[in-house]
Structure formats: structure tokens, C-alpha cells
Design a protein. Structure first.
Length: 201
């Protein structure tokens, strides 16, 4: 899974260097974090992770720390980001096993707790074309649990820079959350209640 993170540093650096500019360099989607405007119950759930039951392996495969006591007021476990490739960035990779097809309008909903940064790159690995599709979220809430939603079909861009939306039927097998420090506060990221779903639109 490490090799599938491709271009993470470049994307994160672009996000940090273009704060307030609206769109990051190189046709990278850059959006403010926002509250969900739809519900996973209204469509088909592709992948869900809550982390409260089972063990790290085999129940929650991926690259992250399973935190038993995340920041309050969380009442259960959460995924915590770890260091990536010896650099300052940290990330969480959630493996989808087996790979599953996306729908015509795929969204990602999750809760996060972020410290030491205000931007995050969220991406899914499109196994059909062998490339990540990412969205850079900016102006995120710090030091508080917050629920947000990303429209993967509409807003994500391929890491190789090529155009085109995520097409229905393409298979995905990894969801990643990536952050880079900004300021003097130690960098930390937790995610929970992750739902990748097709809205049915």
C-alpha cells in the first residue's frame, strides 16, 4: 500500500503553499471542509469502518495505529495517523478488502480530529486505472471532532494529472487521509465512522 500513496508529498506541499488561493496548483481540487449534506442510509455502502470491534488485523487492515483512547469526547476506538516515508507528513491508509466498485455518485463521509494542520488530502485508490484520486480539503477545524463529507465523483482528481471523473464500476481498494504540519503545534490526526458510499443519484 505504501507505493499507492504516490505523489503525497507534492500534493501536501501544494496545499500548504496555496492557502487561501482557492485551487491548489496542478488542477488539484481544493475545498473547504463542510458538514454532510446527505446520508449513507440513502444509498449503497461501499465501505464502512468504525473500529470499535475486532482487532487491527484481520478486521481493520491498513496503515494506521488503532487508538484505544482517542481525544475526548470520542467514546470508542479510532484510526490514528502514523509517519510516512521518513518525512514530516502523517497518514492513514484503510484497505478495502476485497476491492469494490464505486457508483455513479460516490461520497466519503467521516469524522476527524486534527491538530497541527488545517488541510488534509483525502484520496481513494482506483484499481481500475491504477492511480489515486484525491481531494485537498482546506480550512479544517482543529482540536475538535468534526464530521465532514467529500464528493469523490465530482471533486476528486487523478494524481497523474489526467482529466475525467471517477467512473461508475471502477474498483477501489484503499482510502487514505494525509496531512502535513503547519505551525508549531505537534501534528496529529484521528479518523472514525468512515463511510464510502454511492448516493444512488
Amino acid at each position: 500500500m505504501i507505493c499507492r500513496i504516490g505523489m503525497v508529498s507534492a500534493i501536501l506541499i501544494a496545499a500548504a503553499g496555496t492557502a487561501g488561493s482557492g485551487v491548489a496548483a496542478g488542477a488539484q481540487a481544493r475545498l473547504p471542509g463542510r458538514a454532510p449534506d446527505s446520508s449513507p442510509s440513502s444509498g449503497r455502502v461501499i465501505y464502512r469502518a468504525t473500529f470499535d470491534t475486532g482487532s487491527k488485523n484481520p478486521d481493520w487492515p491498513g496503515e494506521f495505529e488503532l487508538a484505544e483512547m482517542p481525544p475526548t469526547p470520542a467514546t470508542g476506538r479510532a484510526a490514528r495517523a502514523g509517519a510516512r516515508g521518513g518525512g514530516p507528513e502523517k497518514g492513514i491508509g484503510l484497505a478495502i478488502e476485497p476491492a469494490r466498485p464505486v457508483g455513479a455518485r460516490t461520497k466519503l463521509r467521516f469524522r476527524y480530529y486534527l491538530a497541527g494542520a488545517s488541510a488534509m488530502t483525502v484520496q481513494v485508490f482506483d484499481l481500475t486505472v491504477m492511480d489515486n484520486r484525491h481531494v485537498v480539503l482546506s480550512n479544517l477545524t482543529r482540536d475538535a471532532w468534526t464530521t465532514t463529507e467529500v464528493d469523490i465523483t465530482r471533486d476528486s482528481r487523478r494524481n497523474d494529472g489526467s482529466a475525467g471523473p471517477l467512473e461508475a464500476g471502477h474498483r477501489v481498494d484503499l482510502v487514505s487521509f494525509l496531512v502535513q504540519p503547519s505551525g508549531s503545534q505537534p501534528l496529529d490526526l484521528y479518523v472514525d465512522d468512515v463511510v464510502l458510499y454511492d448516493t444512488g443519484e
